[in-house]
Design a protein around this ligand. Structure first.
Ligand code: G3P
Length: 390
C-alpha cells in the first residue's frame, strides 16, 4: 500500500514548512514555506553560515562602509530571507513563501514597501515574482496591504490566520493564498479547556480550516487554502483534499512511514456548508475579532513570537558582522604594520626596522629569532582581538 504521504500528494499540494534545505530535498515538495522562527532555526546550523555571511557582506556593500551596524543588519535580514528563498527555489519546482518583518504587521504602507523590496531583491537574483508568495500577518492592515500588492501582481500568503473573519476578508481582498493555522488553535483550546487531546474530526483547528475551505469553494472565491501549523498527522489526515497543506519535516517523515488508506475529506467540487455569505469591512472585522478571543489572542501572540525571532536574529547578525568586519580590519592592520616597518620589503621585520617599542617587538617575536613574520604579527594581534570580542 502507498504511504500516507504518497496518497495525500495525489489529492493535495504538499508543501514543506521549513527553512532547512536538506529536509526539502528529502521530501521533494512542490512548494516550501518559511517564517521568522524557521529562518532563525536554520540560521543556527553551521551549514548555513556561508549564506548568512554572504548576506552580511552584500548588505554592507549595498549600504556603504560608513553605515551603522543596525542598518547593515536590517538590510541583511531581508537579504537572508531572499537568499534562503532562492536556495529553496533551486530545489522545489513551485513557489516559496517569504515573510515580511512581523513588526510591520499593523502598518499597511510599510508592509507594502517591504514586500516590494523583497520582490526587487528576488528579481536582482534572477527569481521572477510568480515563484514567490509574500507572507503577511492577517491583521486588517496586513490584508489591506495584500489587496494593493495583489493588484500589482505580487502574490501574497496571509498567515497567522485563526478566525473566520480573517479568512473572508482575505478572500474579498483577492489574496492568492491563506494559511489558516491548525495546531495553534488546538493549543489554545487545550490550554483553555484543560483537555489533553481531541480526536481528529473534533480538533478545533481542523474544524476551522474545513469551514473556511467549504465557504471559499461554495461561494467561488479563488483564494487558495493552505492548512498550516500541525501538531500530529491526524489533523493532516482530516484535511486531505485541501488545496495545499504545509507540513514540518517531522510530520512529513511520519506520513511517509505510515501505510494506511487515506480518504478525501475536503472536496472542492462538492463543498458541504450551511453558512450564508458574509461581507467583512473594517468594522465587521474588528467586531468579529473582538468576539473571537482565540483568534485575537493567537494573532497577537503570533506577531509577538515572530517579532522576537527577528530580534534574536538581528542580535546574532550584529555579532557576526563584528566578527567578519573585525577580521577584515585585522588583516588590514597587519598589512599596515608591514608597510610601515618592513623597510626593505623582504616580508620580515627586523628589530632594526621596527619603529615601535622593544617591549612590543619582544611580545610579538614568539620564537625569539629577532625577526617578525606575518604569522608572528597575526597571532599576536589575533590574541588581542579574540580577547576584545569575548
Ligand atoms: O506555517 C506555519 C507554521 O510554521 C507555524 O507552525 O508549529 O509554529 O504553530 P507552528
Amino acid at each position: 500500500m502507498a504511504s500516507l504521504l504518497d496518497q495525500l500528494s495525489a489529492m493535495t499540494v504538499v508543501v514543506a514548512d521549513t527553512g532547512e534545505l536538506d529536509a526539502i530535498r528529502t521530501f521533494e515538495p512542490r512548494d516550501a514555506t518559511t517564517n521568522p522562527s524557521l529562518i532563525l532555526a536554520a540560521a543556527q546550523k553551521p551549514a548555513y553560515q556561508a549564506l548568512i555571511d554572504e548576506a552580511l557582506k552584500s548588505s554592507r556593500e549595498h549600504i556603504g562602509s560608513g553605515a551603522p551596524v543596525e542598518d547593515v543588519v536590517n538590510e541583511a535580514l531581508d537579504e537572508i530571507c531572499v537568499i534562503f528563498g532562492k536556495e529553496i527555489l533551486r530545489i522545489v519546482p513551485g513557489r516559496v513563501s517569504t515573510e515580511v518583518d512581523a513588526r510591520l504587521s499593523f502598518d499597511t504602507e510599510a508592509t507594502i514597501e517591504k514586500a516590494r523590496k523583497l520582490i526587487r531583491l528576488y528579481e536582482e537574483l534572477g527569481v521572477t515574482k510568480d515563484r514567490v508568495l509574500i507572507k503577511i500577518a492577517s491583521t486588517w492592515e496586513g490584508i489591506k496591504a495584500a489587496e494593493t500588492l495583489e493588484k500589482e501582481g505580487i502574490n501574497c500568503n496571509l498567515t497567522l490566520l485563526f478566525g473566520f473573519c480573517q479568512a473572508v476578508a482575505c478572500a474579498e481582498a483577492g489574496v492568492t493564498l491563506i494559511s489558516p493555522f491548525v495546531g495553534r488553535i488546538l493549543d489554545w483550546f487545550k490550554a483553555e479547556t484543560g483537555r489533553d487531546s481531541y480526536p481528529g474530526p473534533e480538533d478545533p483547528g481542523v474544524i476551522s480550516v474545513t469551514k473556511i475551505f467549504n465557504y471559499f469553494k461554495k461561494f467561488g472565491y479563488k483564494t487558495e487554502v493552505m492548512g498550516a501549523s500541525f501538531r500530529n498527522i491526524e489533523e493532516i489526515i482530516e484535511l486531505a483534499g485541501c488545496d495545499l497543506l504545509t507540513i514540518s519535516p517531522k510530520l512529513l517523515e511520519q506520513l511517509r512511514n505510515t501505510k494506511e488508506p487515506l480518504l478525501r475529506k475536503l472536496n472542492k467540487e462538492n463543498p458541504s456548508l450551511a453558512e450564508e455569505e458574509i461581507h467583512v469591512d473594517k468594522n465587521k472585522f474588528d467586531s468579529m475579532m473582538a468576539l473571537d478571543r482565540m483568534a485575537s489572542e493567537k494573532l497577537d501572540e503570533g506577531i509577538r513570537g515572530f517579532s522576537k525571532a527577528i530580534e534574536t536574529l538581528e542580535l546574532q547578525l550584529a555579532h557576526r558582522l563584528a566578527v567578519l568586519e573585525g577580521g577584515a580590519a585585522f588583516s588590514h592592520a597587519v598589512q599596515e604594520i608591514f608597510l610601515l616597518n618592513d623597510l626593505d620589503g623582504d616580508g620580515c621585520i627586523t628589530r632594526e626596522e621596527w619603529l615601535g617599542s622593544d617591549a612590543v617587538f619582544d611580545a610579538l617575536d614568539h620564537d625569539h629569532d629577532g625577526r617578525l613574520l606575518q604569522d608572528d604579527v597575526c597571532s599576536g594581534l589575533g590574541a588581542a582581538l579574540s580577547l576584545s570580542t569575548v
